[in-house]
Design a protein around this ligand. Structure first.
Ligand code: FAD
Ligand code: FES
Length: 294
């Protein structure tokens, strides 16, 4: 049975534990979930369904940015920006408010893969990757952490990152397009700079805007590295049923799916398309056709 067909999620009532400003208009939301909720791994996400009356019909997907276990109790942290109708309502929820949470969903980062871990974050992509850095540290593995943005004000959560990574013996490399902090350039320029000094194979775990992820994927394929990229798509069910979150498969992945019939998320599947919610959201660079990713 493929990983995509194993049901690991459940829908639960969660309560807001904490909601606060984070940085640059971003909010940190911490939700208490029942103790039998499966502990999410970095790269997985949850779907948040707002209580009625709500201005939005569909749940909103959010990457898990932190997990705290207190005895048998579990809370999950989410970093989000109130950009539209659903997230603006989310931003108003006070401690004690109820949110229906489905999760944990999707495939997380394969952090056990052998090689030198290089974590690459753009914008709000920082949060799930700090969680990944923590998971690596628990296994006594340090990482190279590349963090890029257009300008220094958009390095969301830089101070948190600096402190957390220093504690774990990992190295932080910054890049801004305008040179206001770190290297003047982008995350690819940083990869070019640090890669020759790193032990092979390099294994990248990345999260950020699709254009950045496409560039990282192409860099990895050109440089003999592996890269695991956390993708986004508009989602409805989050569980592989509605087929509403397609991403274009590479020819290589499509041919493998055709040969093996390994297309668990697509009950009547068109092998041209992977489902972001179940096949991903984390995809290895060779799985997608980056020329067709929007
Ligand atoms: C797997 C996954 C993980 C995500 N993790 C996070 C996260 O950790 N933090 C966070 O802030 N957001 C995250 N998102 C995006 C988040 O779900 C959207 O911000 C949210 O759906 C917007 O809802 P809304 O009702 O506020 O806005 P809407 O009114 O629905 O849209 C407002 C604006 O947001 C844009 N938008 C809507 N959905 C997305 C999307 N999926 N990706 C990019 N832009 C979108 C719309 O194009 C529009 O411009 C994630 C999305 C996915 C698929
Ligand atoms: S959101 Fe329904 S299949 Fe992915």
């Amino acid at each position: 049975m493929s990983a995509a067909t194993v049901r690991t999620w459940k829908q639960v009532e969660a309560r807001v534990r904490e909601q606060r400003d984070y940085a640059e208009g971003f909010r940190w939301l911490e939700l208490d979930v029942p103790g039998d909720f499966r502990v999410p791994v970095a790269g997985q996400f949850v779907q948040l369904l707002l209580d009625s009356p709500s201005p939005v019909l569909l749940p909103r997907p959010m990457s898990v940015a932190g997990v705290t276990q207190r005895g048998s109790r579990l809370s999950i942290g989410l970093l989000y920006a109130p950009v539209g109708a659903g997230t603006r309502v989310l931003a108003q929820l006070a401690p004690g408010a109820v949110v229906r949470v489905t999760g944990p969903l999707g495939q997380g980062y394969p952090l056990d893969e052998a090689g030198t871990p290089v974590l690459v974050a753009g914008g709000r992509g920082l949060a799930p990757l700090l969680m990944a850095a923590e998971a690596l540290a628990k296994k006594k593995r340090a990482c190279e952490f590349v963090f890029g943005a257009r300008t220094k004000g958009l390095l969301i959560g830089l101070n948190v990152a600096r402190e957390a990574l220093a504690r774990r013996g990992s190295r932080l490399h910054l890049a801004t397009d305008d040179g206001s902090r770190g290297l003047k350039g982008n995350v690819i320029d940083v990869l070019d700079k640090i890669a020759p000094k790193l032990g092979a194979p390099i294994v990248i775990h990345a999260c950020g805007p699709h254009a950045m992820l496409a560039a990282v994927a192409r860099w990895a394929m050109a440089n003999g590295a592996r890269a695991h990229l956390a993708m986004e798509s508009v989602m409805a069910c989050g569980t592989g049923v509605c087929r509403g979150c397609p991403l274009p498969r590479s020819a290589e992945a499509r041919d493998r799916v055709l040969a093996t019939g390994d297309d668990a998320s697509a009950l009547q599947g068109n092998p041209e398309w992977a489902m972001c919610c179940t096949d991903g959201p984390v995809f290895e660079s060779r799985e997608l056709d980056w020329d067709r990713v929007e």
